[in-house]
Design a binder for this molecule. Structure first.
Ligand code: AGP
Length: 591
């Protein structure tokens, strides 16, 4: 139960456990959050040495008790939990039904239990191995059979699985947060590996059945970091942490006096990196918005042609790549299935892959050729905040690193480095306007739609602001390049359709002011994010949130904070589940 609660942010529409005590099995499942399962278990005394548990993010079949995991076979002896998608499950299910197997759920996962049953001949490990050869798709699985009462089989392909090596116990989970309470000694399973775990420990085999001696890693962060620490929500904790997390991301990576960035994780490929002539940054959701800021930076300050792609588009479109192209994959969790697949696609084509990842030891971190960790600690709240601002700061470091290898001057490098180092103080200043932002959220809490507008470096901030408001308050919100409004979207504007305008005093300030006047001319309400000391702006906006002045390329890190606080308070005002918004998962490990 403790482990499930720590994983709940990854998916939370239903859950279940199965515990083996000798030959008897206790299993229970419930719809909704883990607390509902706890209520259903009540005071029942449940004992056993082997157990499996799961919290679900539905892929096949609605959230229901039947579709919740664990699933079992016709005999009720084989129990399995699964993270991933079995793509050929329907055909396998049809064959099994022809053989008389009765299915209780609509899930792809239940097929695995019946397949193992179908091939079982007294050796669970052997039948699981056979089954895994018959399926296509992704999986992280844990299985036990009540006739083999001291054995657990686990395996992974595409989905994450970590083995926690404890005293007299072995704990397996989709990520380390469910293991940390018991041990910091972990083994990350690779694709196609399978482990047989019993009371004496575990044996790990690769897909050629060779037994492996795997390296045991020490997890660097502790359980406290994964706790709320007295804040009402992980989200507000993570928003207020950003002065520290920005410093954690850049600490030891800048040589300000020489205008240089030191990125140890890139050294092994520094020669290939020197010859890069084109960059494609691949990501999803919030990480992609950060990538869009990186596109402006890398082109303007490092002079490298840069494109940004959705990972789920990158992996399926015809790519024109050569050995002077580098693919940067950015992911907080490091487990997003589409982003991981994009890494594999680029590697298949021999392209240099650079990972910018927060979760240490995650699949994308392990699969990319070289990389940079964000070092912001665990991000628990589903809505990403501190990872976003860290991703932009890491892209600024990368811009210095690549720029100074090319024609970026010492002075420019020094300027960017100096500006980066004073960001934490500027963020602290913005966080002081939280009360004002809460009042503005209250004022606009009746609105059913919002436009977010920005230009150049702050166009991605508009896109990100809209994502935050959508995923936290369920209000329809759309981010636009401000110049695009008059080409259609402005038709939506009236006194009930407010606009969030990111308008710092930068190179496109005047252009933004004209766009604000066009909206005001249609009775649109405007909340502006503006530079401290800008007296002009209040003539064009109904509400103004000020941010300190900064180098244009770094303003996105500052301008995004008010949009994060606005979305947070809008969710609180609406009484919504701030850390676990409906229908979402923190790490989308399925396509
Ligand atoms: C952001 O708040 C969302 N949770 C989502 O868009 C997220 O950014 C996206 O799923 C990518 O996740 P990743 O950074 O872990 O790959």
């Amino acid at each position: 139960m403790d482990g499930l609660k720590r994983l709940e942010y990854r998916g939370y529409d239903s859950s279940g456990i199965a515990i083996l005590d000798g030959n008897s099995i206790f299993s229970i499942k419930e719809v909704g959050k883990i607390v509902e399962l706890e209520k259903k278990i009540g005071e029942k005394e449940i004992i056993g040495n082997i157990g499996i548990a799961h919290t679900r993010w539905a892929t096949h079949g609605v959230p229901s008790v039947e579709n919740a995991h664990p699933h079992t076979d016709c005999s009720g002896k084989i129990w399995i939990v699964h993270n991933g998608i079995i793509e050929n499950y329907q055909q396998l299910k049809n064959n099994l039904q022809k053989k008389g197997h009765i299915f209780k759920s609509e899930t792809d996962t239940e097929v695995l239990a019946h397949l193992i049953e179908d091939l079982y001949d007294g050796d669970l490990m052997m039948s699981v191995k056979k089954v895994l050869k018959m399926i296509t798709g992704t999986y992280g699985i844990a299985v036990f059979h009540s006739d083999e009462k001291d054995k657990l089989i686990v395996s992974k392909k595409g989905s994450p699985l970590v083995i926690g090596v404890g005293e007299m116990e072995t704990i397996v989970a989709s990520d380390v947060s469910a293991i940390l309470r018991y041990t910091k000694q972990v083994i990350y399973l690779e694709d196609g590996e399978i482990a047989e775990i019993d009371k004496n420990g575990f044996k790990i085999f690769n897909s050629n059945d060779e037994q492996l001696e795997k390296e045991i890693s020490e997890v660097e962060w502790d359980l406290n970091q994964a706790e709320k620490g007295g804040y009402p929500h992980f989200l507000i904790k993570e928003i207020l942490q950003q002065p520290e997390t920005i410093m954690d991301s850049i600490r030891g990576r800048l040589i300000p006096e020489e205008g240089l960035a030191k990125l140890g994780g890139l050294f092994s490929e520094v020669e290939r990196i020197k010859n890069i002539e084109r960059i494609i940054i691949v990501a999803c959701g919030t990480a992609r918005c950060a990538a869009l800021v990186g596109e402006y930076m890398l082109e303007e300050y490092a002079g490298i042609p840069t494109e940004v792609d959705y990972a789920h588009e990158f992996r399926y479109k015809k790519q024109i790549l050569n050995d002077k192209t580098a693919v940067i994959v950015m992911s907080q969790s490091g487990e997003t299935a589409d982003s991981l697949a994009a890494v594999m696609e680029a590697k298949r084509k021999g392209i240099l892959t650079i990972g910018i990842v927060n979760t240490v030891g995650s699949s994308i971190a392990r699969e990319t050729d070289v990389g940079i960790y964000n070092h912001v600690g665990p991000e628990i709240s589903v809505a990403s905040t501190k990872a976003f601002t860290s991703q932009i700061s890491i892209l600024s470091l990368l811009t210095i690193f690549l720029g100074r290898q090319r024609d970026m001057s010492l002075v420019t490098g020094q300027r960017i480095a100096k500006e980066l180092l004073v960001l934490p103080e500027k963020i602290k200043k913005i966080l002081e306007s939280e009360d004002q932002i809460r009042e503005i959220a209250q004022k606009y809490s009746g609105a059913t739609s919002f436009a977010f507008l920005g230009r150049k470096y702050n166009h991605p901030v508009a896109l990100e602001g809209a994502i935050k408001l959508k995923e936290l308050s369920y209000i329809h919100a759309e981010g636009f390049a401000a110049g695009e409004m008059k080409h259609g979207p402005i038709a939506m504007i009236d006194e009930n359709f407010p606009s969030f305008f990111i308008t710092p005093q930068d190179s496109v300030y005047e252009k933004n002011i004209s766009n604000m006047q066009e909206i005001k001319a249609r009775a649109g309400k405007i909340i502006a994010i503006a530079t401290e000391g800008d007296k002009e702006i209040s003539k064009h906006a109904d509400d103004v949130i000020y941010i300190p002045k900064a180098l244009e390329m770094l303003t996105p890190i500052l301008a995004t904070i008010p949009t994060q606080l606005f979305a947070y308070h809008m969710a609180v005002i609406k009484g919504l589940d701030v850390d676990k918004p409906r229908n979402l998962a923190k790490s989308v490990t399925v396509e």
